[in-house]
Design a protein around this ligand. Sequence first.
Ligand code: SF4
Ligand code: SF4
Length: 135
Amino acid sequence: MPIEISEKTVKRDFIEKISKLSGQDVYKCYQCGTCGGACPMSDHMDAVPRKIMRMAQFGMEEAVTGSKTFWTCASCHSCSVNCPRGIDLARVMEAIRLLTLRKNLNMVEVSGLPAETVEELPQIALVSCFRKLTS
Ligand code: SF4
Ligand code: SF4
């Protein structure tokens, strides 16, 4: 399906917020795809990191924040150390996650976790999950 890209659709404030929070310039990305090749989680992402960068360049806020990729990101920095443009993509993912959490949109609903899951998982895993995936 064709995607309309125009002055009306490009959310510049979204691009600026990513840039401010991450300290990275998304326009430096030239779409080589090295990040996705280096990413241990890319098979589990609904949009590979390169695609997230492309959508971010066009200020496609709904498409970026509607993706699950930034939740799936393990913050391992493999993409960042391999990017030929020196972009710290892990920080971009983190910025998108923070912007989403600030809207009170959580990836995990704590009250919805089954009791047996809470029982089984190590406490540190739960704390880490709540810190990363809930606002
Ligand atoms: S490795 Fe860097 S330049 Fe290449 S697609 Fe990923 S973010 Fe863009
Ligand atoms: S930081 Fe995230 S996007 Fe980058 S390689 Fe690791 S899991 Fe993939």
